[in-house]
Design a protein around this ligand. Structure first.
Ligand code: PEP
Ligand code: MG
Length: 913
């Protein structure tokens, strides 16, 4: 029989799939003996069943009854009891944290009777009625789908009538009256009475949490975070403890280390006399933990112990939610905390130095995505004339410059027009998610490091500054006021998510210290830092240590896609161990385009030879430069790939030009007849070569077979360049790669021609040339006939861009913009297959080709040079299938190095030969 309900004492932290993150960690804290309010977790499986069947499974109702009775027996109180009521909160908790995305309902069990019991328990009538009105408000909004403004408005009206401004100034009698009013709203808006039966409240709240899995904002968040839609959420039913029972109560959030710098210590916010989400919502400005220590040293001491215990147990930064009820500490939640990219590296090495984790584990704790974030530029602190508007808390690093906007809708609209915007709010709430995604930065005037804005922005990697209190954000007037200064919507501001500074106008940016380290080495990068910038120095050292470790453990080599000597130079500095793809087509553009045009148009051999002879020295010089940069390292040069008409003028433009000139000539205007004649010949050629589907037409190896002399020219240039390098004392490792082959016969034809040329050049130059000839595997047929292809090719390089295009039949230049968002929305794809390798389709072809290729030629070298070579998830796949190297753009080389190392420690050695 399935088990849908687990008491906290039954589960553990490794059951996140079933119990969700929150449930699994509550169970773990219970196991550790920490003070967790008793409760139980309803599994994600129950949610999935509910989503399939549209109703709570009957077994679930029974199990909830049993769990509830156990809870009541443990506490000696019963749900909604008149004298001594047990009240519970119903909290969502999916496998992956989705801050603020789903529902929570507090104070379940309160009704007209038990509000009396709560009065007795608390000795505070005002508190009891306030709790009851909060329940009706929250329940009405989240469970019964009533517009929350209706309740808020009623509350405001009451305050106005009583002539008070703060909720806390309302009396017990006021709140009792408000409860009646709220019940009226429920009746009018939902057509039903507010449910008095505690169990009915509970069941409806559970259903509401299940339903909240599928709200638009939750789906949007998951799409962005790549969380699958079918996981479902767990529901935690937790005994209520109250942080709003007076000044000896309160609620807070803390981290065992600073989540934005990684610095070890206690970080957190505490809000006395507050309940539930008040801290995270950033509604009131909070106290620090140091203030909390002053206020309640005993609870603070207990909290510190729990923090240390958790960090030692999880061996990582933990974030914690806690409540103090009349001097008694309760742990409401913990999890391995989200952190900024810089903090991830620092914390990982700190934990190594504290002997809590190994270097392998440190490598697992960071990601390529985090490393690439650290490679972004930062504001130039030396730039003059910056106008500082104010300083808030540095919540998520980065340097963002954009137009200030004051609501989510405007942010999305302006971003859709291509503008960079910074979303400015007093505080954010989950409805702002769309705007936060659209914005390059988020700025709030209230809230702490754990406010909604901070948590969400950090999760998304968006630059964020929170709690910039000096800024008076007026979302109605759409302006920020700072003293006498007024910043209107649309004016440019700049925010620094590492320092918390907010500037008026644009601020210049400088390269990141991590990039400096990658380019100039550790010592040089450290020497360039200001002496007191220990934080950045620690970061650079941490990146160096982890990247060095990744290099030591990875099996995959990392090459770069580089077409010029400059790119090759950069790639090498950043750690590339070769060039996996040197595209040669750009070498035929610019001044050289006329030469290739002549080659294409040549009617006779003599003309063709003249064009080829002119191209040869230019192409040879290109290759000499690149081979010099890559001396000693493999340099894979791909023969020309795109359709020839790409080197010719545009068909429409040329047709119009010829038509106009012809007409003007007929009208006796001054037209150069020779030029017109040339244009006509050109037009005829362009028309002849026009293709409806050029990507599937005369390109790649097909071109090399059809256009005499073209590939021969390139092969000769490679051979002569290599010969020249050898004579100059270099160690060239050129390789020749044939694009877009589908048949082994294509390879034979080119290979035969190439071998002749290589032998000729070697003889003529008096050097020995070892230039391997290989094939790109970028068509399904090539992959499926890999055994035969490997008979002719000495290496394979998977061109996963074209392989994805031809496997899916997706035009790579068109589909991503055209309908991928709809496809993601409808669940056809979870991420673009052009970005992350489609393991089951395209990946399967790669696997087949690897196995068959290697069985035919055991020493076949295997690599990938499509865009996927620099994508973290895909790198893991290429490691698993046993490729020898990945090749990616120079900027992504460090990311690929790191991920290749992670792949080694996560999955072991991968398939090796
Ligand atoms: C590929 O198809 O994956 C590839 C690397 O070649 P290109 O992108 O130049 O077509
Ligand atoms: Mg290709």
């Amino acid at each position: 029989m399935v088990k849908y309900v687990y008491d906290f004492s039954e589960g553990n932290k490794d059951q996140k799939d079933l119990l969700g993150g929150k449930g699994a960690n509550l169970a773990e804290m219970t196991r550790l003996g920490l003070p967790v309010p008793p409760g139980f977790t309803i599994t994600t499986e129950a949610c999935r069943t509910y989503m399939e069947q549209g109703d709570l499974p009957p077994e679930l109702r029974v199990e909830v009854t049993m769990a509830l009775r156990r809870l009541e027996d443990t506490l000696g109180r019963s749900l909604g009891d008149f004298y001594d009521p047990l009240l519970v909160s119903v909290r969502s908790g999916a496998k992956f944290s989705m801050p603020g995305m789903m529902e929570t309902v507090l104070n379940i069990g309160l009704n007209d009777a038990s509000v009396q019991g709560l009065t007795k328990f608390s000795g505070d009538e005002r508190f009891a009625w306030d709790s009851y009105r909060r329940l009706i408000q929250m329940f009405g909004k989240t469970v019964l789908d009533i517009d929350g403004d209706k309740f808020a408005h009623a509350l405001d009206t009451m305050k106005h009538a009583r002539g008070v401004t703060a909720d806390t100034d309302l009396t017990a009698a006021d709140l009792q009256e408000l409860v009646e009013h709220f019940k009226g709203i429920v009746r009018d808006e939902s057509g039903r009475e507010f449910p008095q039966h505690p169990r009915e409240q509970l069941d409806l709240a559970i259903t509401a949490v299940f339903n909240s899995w599928n709200t638009d904002r939750a789906r949007l968040y998951r799409r962005r975070e790549r969380i699958p839609n079918d996981l479902g959420t767990a529901v935690n039913v937790v005994t209520m403890v109250f942080g709003n029972l007076g000044t000896d109560s309160g609620t807070g959030v803390c981290f065992t280390r600073d989540p934005s710098t990684g610095k070890s210590g206690d970080y957190g916010d505490y809000l006395p006399n507050a309940q539930g989400e008040d801290v995270v919502a950033g509604i009131r400005n909070t106290l620090t933990l140091a203030d909390f220590e002053q206020l309640d040293p005993a609870s603070h001491g207990e909290l510190r112990q729990a923090m240390r215990r958790l960090e030692t147990h999880y061996r990582d930064l933990c974030d914690i939610e806690f409540t103090v009820e009349r001097g008694k500490l309760w742990m409401l939640q913990t999890r391995v905390g989200k952190r900024t990219a810089g903090a991830a590296f620092r914390i990982a090495t700190q934990l190594v130095d504290e002997h809590l984790i190994t270097m392998d584990e440190a490598l697992e704790r960071v990601t390529g995505a985090q490393l690439s974030k650290l490679m972004f530029p930062q504001f130039d602190s030396a730039s003059e004339g910056r106008v500082l508007l104010g300083t808030g808390m540095a919540a998520s690093p980065g340097a963002a410059v954009g137009a200030a906007v004051f609501d989510s809708v405007t942010a999305q609209a302006w971003a859709a027009e291509g503008k960079d915007v910074i979303l400015v709010r007093r505080e954010t709430n989950p409805d702002d998610l769309g705007g936060m995604i659209a914005a390059v930065g988020v700025l709030t005037s209230r809230g702490g490091k754990t406010s909604h804005a901070a948590v969400v922005a950090r999760g998304m990697g968006t630059t964020c500054v929170v709690g910039a209190e000096k800024l008076d954000v007026d979302v109605v007037k759409r302006e920020i006021r700072v003293g006498k200064k007024v910043v209107k919507e649309g004016e440019v501001i700049a925010i620094d998510g590492s320092s918390g500074e907010v500037f008026l106008g644009s601020v210049p940016v400088v390269p990141s210290p991590v990039v400096r380290y990658l380019e100039e080495g550790l010592d040089a990068a450290l020497a360039l830092l200001p002496a007191d910038d220990e934080e950045t120095a620690e970061l650079v050292r941490a990146v160096d240590r982890i990247l060095t470790h990744a290099d030591a453990v990875r099996r995959l080599r990392v090459h770069a896609n580089a077409d010029t000597a400059e790119d090759a130079h950069r790639a090498r500095i950043w750690g590339a161990q070769g060039i996996g793809l040197c595209r040669t087509e750009h070498m035929f553009l610019g001044d050289r385009r006329v030469l290739i045009e002549r080659l294409i148009l040549a009617q006779e051999d003599a003309e063709r030879h003249a064009a080829l002879d002119a191209l040869l020295p230019l192409q040879r010089a290109d290759f000499i430069d690149i081979l010099r940069e890559m001396d000693g390292l493999p340099t894979t040069i791909r023969l020309i790939d795109p359709p020839l008409h790409e080197f010719l003028p545009d068909l429409t433009a040329l047709s119009v030009k010829v038509a106009l000139a012809t007409e003007r000539l007929a009208n006796g205007a001054d037209v150069d007849p020779a030029e017109l004649e040339r244009d006509k010949v050109l037009l005829a050629a362009v028309e002849r070569m026009h293709e409806a589907n050029p990507m599937l037409g005369l390109r790649g190896v097909r071109l090399g077979i059809v256009v005499p002399g073209l590939f021969a020219l390139q092969i000769r240039a490679v051979a002569e360049a290599a010969a020249q390098r050898i004579k100059d004392g270099g160690r060239p490792h050129a390789e020749i790669m044939i694009p877009l082959a589908a048949s082994v016969m294509e390879l034979h034809l080119i290979r035969d021609e190439a071998e002749k040329i290589l032998a000729e050049v070697a003889a003529a130059e008096g050097v020995e040339l070892h230039i391997p000839i290989g094939a790109m595997i970028e068509l399904p047929r090539a992959a499926l006939t890999a055994d035969r292809m490997a008979g002719v090719a000495e290496f394979f390089s998977f061109g996963t861009n074209d392989l994805t295009q031809t496997t899916w039949g997706f035009s790579r230049d068109d589909v991503e913009g055209a309908f991928f968002s709809e496809y993601t929305e409808r669940g056809v794809i979870s991420v673009s297959p052009f970005e992350t390798i489609d393991r089951s389709g395209v990946g399967r072809l790669v696997r087949i080709a690897v196995e068959e290729g290697r069985s035919a030629r055991p020493d076949l070298t295997l690599g990938v040079c499509g865009e996927h070579g620099g994508d973290p998830e895909s790198v893991h796949f290429f490691h698993e299938v046993g490729l020898d190297y990945v090749s990616c753009s120079p900027f992504r080389v460090p990311v690929a190095r790191l991920e290749a190392g992670r792949a080694s420690v996560v999955t072991g050695g991968g398939d090796t030969r």
